[in-house]
Design a protein around this ligand. Sequence first.
Ligand code: PHE
Length: 351
Amino acid sequence: MTDLDTLVHAAAASFAEAPNPAELENAKARFLGKSGRVTELLKGLAQLPPEEKKARGAEINRAKQQVEAALQARRDALAAQELDAQLRAEALDVTLPGRHRGTGGLHPVSRTMERIEAIFGSMGFDVADGPEIETDWMSFTALNNPENHPARSMQDTFYVDLKDAEGRWLNLRPHTSPMQVRYARSHAARHAEALAQGRPIPEIRVIAPGRTYRVDSDATHSPMFHQCEGLWIGEHIAFKDLKAVFSDFLRQFFETDALDVRFRPSYFPFTEPSAEIDIAFASGPNKGRWLEVAGSGQVHPNVVRNFGLDPERYIGFAFGMGPDRLTMLRYGVDDLRLFFESDLRFLTQFR
Ligand code: PHE
């Protein structure tokens, strides 16, 4: 091997070792730069006798070309490597499923609320909405449930040490029943006008769905749950009307006539008489089992008085049902907590 072969090999080796273009340029300088080894050889020609110069010069030039070829080969290889890496990094996997916006859907309890509103709407009921932070007076006192009365524990709520601007105690409403009073009183001016003209008041026929709160938590109770209040007040609204309206509602809601409805005597401070409403299906997983779905009764005269109306003249019924329970029964869900955990695997089944 001649000294020039060795030089070419050394150059090729150090080019091959350069991991990137910057280091390759440094390696190039060591061989082809101003004081690079090839350049030095060329400069050395000057010292040679003229007869040797030509042959030696040609040899060095051939070696130089080989070094340059090795350099170009390494440059090409590094560029190809870089392009490769970039392509790999930016690669598109066209077999991946497309990214799209998922289609949303109503929460199962919202579906139930909409069904309830539609069915009662078809029976001429208005829909009202009210505050979840309620005054003690609305939650209890106005509903014939005096301060410190033990019956308050039936709707035990989260009592907070908080009063509103007018000094009234506040709580998270334990039921939607305050909406009976709020709705009736919000029409007080209309009622007064009718009475002043010697007409009966326009009937009060309303449902009030919404969130309610109690100190309860297990598979069938959640500290936050839903209720839907109903109220129908007029001059001749009787308990039989409650039975007819609510039974009809249940048959429409569950889309079946194969349903027994039972009005079981009960107690609520704000109704007299009072009844718990139970249903039993003629088929399905709950076949023949009585299931409680609502509380109800004829509105107590003291409550009618708090509506701003004369209980000697106005009478009617109220009910409070549990849309969560109705949803569980309609879809066969056995744990109430599933509704409030926001697990999409559960919720998307109702889409
Ligand atoms: N508010 C009662 C409850 O939550 C239900 C009810 C409403 C009972 C209206 C009678 C009349 O338990």
